[in-house]
Design a protein around this ligand. Structure first.
Ligand SMILES: [Zn+2]
Ligand SMILES: [Zn+2]
Length: 241
C-alpha cells in the first residue's frame, strides 16, 4: 500500500502508467467489452442487433427470470477475467471502485429505482478462506456512488454449494434449495422494498435466482440484478462460480 503512494499508478490489467489508481490504459480500455444497449431485459446479455426496449432473449422468453430486470457491465471474456480474478481471489480489493463505476453506468436505471442494495452472500467458510465477499465490496462501493443504502448482511448462505457450472438447471436448483436465506434481523428493511441484488459474475443465473426467490418470499416488492460481468449464454455451462 505504501508502494502505491510512491510509484505512479498503473493500469488495472497491464503495467502501463495511468493518471489515477483503478484506471485502464487506452489499449486495455479498448479491449474491455462493456455491455451496451441493446441487451436482454431478463439476463443482461448483449443483443447483436437493434431490438425494441424491454426485449428478451430466447432463453428468457422460454423461462422468464424471477427478477424484474438484470444488467451487467462487462462481457465475461479474457479481459474481464484479468480484472475480476485478482479482485475475487487475489486481494485486489481496490478494484471494487472502478468496477462499481462501470456497473453504475450500466445499471443507472436499476440504481435509481432501488430502495436497498444487497450482495449475493458468500458462505462463511469461503469467507474465512478469502477474507472478504467481493460482491459485498461492490455493494458498498455502489452505495457510495449512488447514495442508496447497502445492506450487506441481508442474505445469508445457510450451507455450502458445489460449483454450479457443470450441473443441469434442475440439479442446480436442487443444489441451491434452502442454501440461501434472509437474515431475520433485517426483515423490516425488506418489506415491499425494491431490492437491487449485486453479483460479481452472472453465470447460469442460478445463484441470483435462489437469492431473488428468497428475497421475494420474505417480502421484497421486487428484485433487479446488477452484475460486474455476464458470461455469454453459450459458455454459461462451462464456467464455474
Ligand atoms: Zn493497460
Ligand atoms: Zn435473456
Amino acid at each position: 500500500m505504501l508502494l502505491d503512494l510512491l510509484l505512479p499508478p498503473h493500469c488495472l490489467t497491464c503495467d502501463r502508467p495511468v493518471g489515477a489508481p483503478g484506471q485502464l490504459c487506452a489499449g486495455c480500455f479498448r479491449s474491455t467489452h462493456l455491455i451496451a444497449r441493446p441487451c436482454c431485459a431478463g439476463c443482461g446479455q448483449a443483443f447483436g442487433a437493434m431490438r425494441e426496449p424491454g426485449a428478451v432473449c430466447a432463453a428468457c422468453a422460454a423461462e422468464p427470470p424471477v427478477w424484474t430486470e438484470a444488467r451487467a457491465a462487462l462481457v465475461y471474456d479474457d479481459q474481464a477475467r484479468r480484472i475480476l480474478l485478482p479482485f475475487k481471489y487475489g486481494d485486489r480489493v481496490e478494484t471494487a471502485q472502478p468496477l462499481a463505476a462501470m456497473m453504475a453506468r450500466a445499471g443507472t436505471v436499476l440504481l435509481a429505482r432501488a430502495d436497498i442494495l444487497v450482495p449475493v452472500p458468500l458462505h462463511r467458510w469461503r469467507l474465512l478462506g478469502r477474507r472478504y465477499n467481493q460482491s459485498a465490496l461492490l455493494d458498498l462501493a455502489l452505495s457510495r456512488l449512488s447514495g442508496r443504502p447497502a445492506v450487506p448482511d441481508l442474505l445469508q448462505r445457510r450451507r455450502r454449494t458445489p460449483p454450479l457450472g457443470p450441473l443441469s438447471p434442475a440439479r442446480r436448483r436442487l443444489a441451491l434449495a434452502g442454501a440461501i436465506g434472509v437474515n431475520s434481523r433485517r426483515l423490516d428493511l425488506l418489506q415491499d422494498a425494491r431490492v437491487l441484488l449485486i453479483d460479481d459474475v452472472l453465470t447460469t443465473g442460478a445463484t441470483a435466482e435462489a437469492c431473488a426467490r428468497a428475497l421475494l418470499a420474505a417480502g421484497a416488492g421486487s428484485v433487479d440484478v446488477l452484475a460486474a460481468a455476464r458470461v455469454p449464454e453459450s459458455l454459461a455451462g462451462s464456467v464455474t462460480g
